[in-house]
Write a protein that binds this ligand. Structure first.
Ligand SMILES: [Zn+2]
Length: 100
């Protein structure tokens, strides 16, 4: 198995896809963190329990996203809240990401 130093994964600053590659690396790091958190929940007997409402997360959701922390209802609510915050931010600052 090959091992890479994290710095080896970084794109060159002059790379035309620099921003895109940094974004992908950031998403991969977030996904890896989520997997580590799911392993912690497994070790501590709370895997499959929604961190927001405490209900069991549906098995089909866990099969699709094994590292999810939230049930469908809480995940949808959080996504809706995130979109509202994004709309509010773009109204306050038209240069913000997500503005039309
Ligand atoms: Zn929930």
């Amino acid at each position: 198995m090959d091992y890479y130093h994290p710095a080896d994964m970084l794109p060159d600053v002059g790379d035309p896809d620099y921003e895109k590659k940094i974004l992908l690396l950031r998403r991969e790091r977030e996904e890896l963190n989520s997997v580590h958190q799911a392993l912690w929940r497994l070790d501590n007997g709370v895997f499959g329990v929604c961190e927001s409402c405490g209900d069991d997360i549906a098995m089909d959701r866990l099969m699709a996203i094994p590292y999810t922390k939230f049930c469908v209802a809480c995940s949808d609510r959080k996504e809706h809240e995130r979109q509202l915050q994004g709309n509010f931010r773009s109204r306050m600052d038209p240069t913000a990401e997500g503005s039309p």
